[in-house]
Write a protein that binds this ligand. Structure first.
Ligand code: MN
Length: 219
């Protein structure tokens, strides 16, 4: 990654970016523009030159960190960029998460994927508990949406296995249970199994969104 100032002697930030993009060894570098002069057309020019972000100085360390995270997120396979990152879009992107959906029913899968993507999240799908287990080992997710009834390994068994694997590291990935047949005491059973929240099926978009935000904002 290159964090590039605009005003520099000899070669300005735009010229540097052009040179970087022309060099085959550097062309894949993620570039962030930092400038103290906000001029008309600069953001558009930055986008043309392949910058991931355009930020006006002064910025604080948290903003820089958030920008770097957001820019790196764009390098995730399958991610489609929605314009250049700015202070405004980064503030919004703090509510965007990488979510693993573990669901065996294709209809529910499509429905949930569409809902989550509409909320701005990045979604990967596991078709059963075993795949879910593999996925959280291979990749880092912010959250798991876990169907309870699944072949191979069900939601409770998968959650137990994930929690067991997390023990040495002390990590705890939030897991939300999904089930159509919620009975009294189920919620307690899910929480006891190591899950952090619960949504009923058919999934209601507001309930899902609130449960995700509640978990991600309050830990
Ligand atoms: Mn199922």
């Amino acid at each position: 990654m290159a964090v590039i100032d605009y005003m520099m002697p000899g070669m300005d930030g735009f010229e540097l970016a052009e040179a970087i993009k022309k060099d085959p060894h550097l062309a894949g570098v993620t570039m962030i523009m930092l400038t103290s002069v906000g001029q008309r057309g600069h953001a558009a020019r930055c986008q043309e030159l392949g910058f991931s972000a355009y930020l006006l100085k002064p910025i604080n360390s948290q903003e820089l960190l958030d920008t770097i995270s957001a820019a790196l997120l764009e390098t995730t396979p399958g991610y489609t960029r929605q314009g250049i990152l700015t202070r405004h879009s980064i503030r919004e992107s703090k509510h965007r998460f990488k979510i693993l959906l573990a669901e065996d029913n294709p209809v529910n899968q499509r429905l949930a994927v569409r809902m989550l993507q509409k909320m701005g999240h990045i979604v990967s799908v596991a078709h059963n508990g075993r795949q879910a287990l593999q996925a959280v080992e291979d990749e880092q997710f912010d959250l798991v949406l876990m169907d309870i009834q699944m072949p191979e390994l069900d939601g409770l068994e998968s959650t137990a296995a994930i929690r067991e694997k997390e023990k040495p590291s002390g990590r705890h990935i939030p897991i939300i249970a999904m089930t159509a047949h919620a009975m009294t005491g189920d919620r307690e059973r899910f929480l006891q199994a190591g899950m952090d929240g619960y949504v009923s099926k058919p999934i209601n978009v507001n309930e899902l969104s609130e449960t995700i935000m509640h978990l991600m904002m309050n830990g």
